[in-house]
Ligand binder design. Structure first.
Ligand code: FMN
Length: 223
């Protein structure tokens, strides 16, 4: 059975992110994957305090928050999903708190030329980014994607990164609106209404994409 760790970074529990993530996790559950899903806003994750003791003790020195449980789930999983809205071209701060603690998964060595990263254990995982954003152009998510390219790379060459982004999303649940509902909303928000019906189809397609990816990454051929 595949194990999935998922983090929802949106403060809106019925936000567009939750629809993308639900589609992915529905497929994972259909494949009987073991899913651990958390809301980053509800977690108690301290700031990395920069002590760098992780370079010596091979784990984070902060143990009185949710990181010990979260980190163990991350290490145990085959698939790691970070879902969230794009806030000022990045993930919200509650997700960054989790990402900074990834420092404890690796040994860092400063070299003459640059800096060398080596994970304490072998990582061979599928990383998934499910992004929800207001912009019509997913270039807005470039900093998030580049950060995850960096993280998956320093955690080892066997990791893979998969990205699905959904655009032109502003209000709660918008990704689930049909063409007529979207037309009404676009007129209110002064977005060209002729885009509404095409966007409704595109949003549906994105949810299908999440389901398909969830299915593909958790499928196990029993033969
Ligand atoms: C503080 C804040 C900053 C945002 N910054 C961006 C941005 O830089 N680029 C973008 O495309 N959308 C931006 N958005 C829009 C959200 O990414 C978008 O509405 C998203 O669908 C919200 O996801 P949710 O419904 O899951 O909360 C921002 C929204 C907020 C509240």
């Amino acid at each position: 059975m595949k194990k999935v760790f998922a983090l929802n970074g949106s403060p809106r529990s019925n936000g567009n992110t939750s629809y993308l993530l639900k589609s992915f996790l529905n497929a994972a559950e259909e494949n009987h994957a073991v899913v651990k899903c958390y809301d980053s806003c509800k977690l108690n994750i301290s700031n990395c305090n920069g002590c760098l003791r992780c370079n010596l003790i091979k784990r984070c020195s902060i143990t009185d928050d949710d990181w010990p449980e979260i980190s163990q789930n991350i290490l145990d999983s085959d698939v790691i999903v970070f879902a969230g809205p794009v806030y000022f071209h990045h993930f919200p701060a509650s997700v960054k708190l989790v990402l900074d603690r990834f420092r404890s998964f690796i040994k860092v060595q400063i070299t003459k030329e640059s800096i060398h990263h080596e994970p304490w254990t072998e990582w061979k995982k599928d990383f998934v980014l499910l992004l929800s954003m207001g912009s019509s152009d997913d270039i807005d998510a470039k900093p998030v994607i580049e950060l995850f390219e960096f993280i998956t790379d320093i955690l080892g060459p066997a990791n893979k990164l998969h990205v699905i982004s959904a655009t032109r999303l502003a209000v709660n649940k918008q990704i689930s609106f049909d063409g007529d509902e979207l037309d009404k909303l676009y007129r209110k928000l002064q977005i060209p209404a002729e885009l509404a019906h095409g966007d409704a189809l595109l949003n549906k397609q994105r949810l299908h994409d999440c389901f398909d990816l969830g299915h593909r990454l958790t499928f196990e051929n029993k033969q």
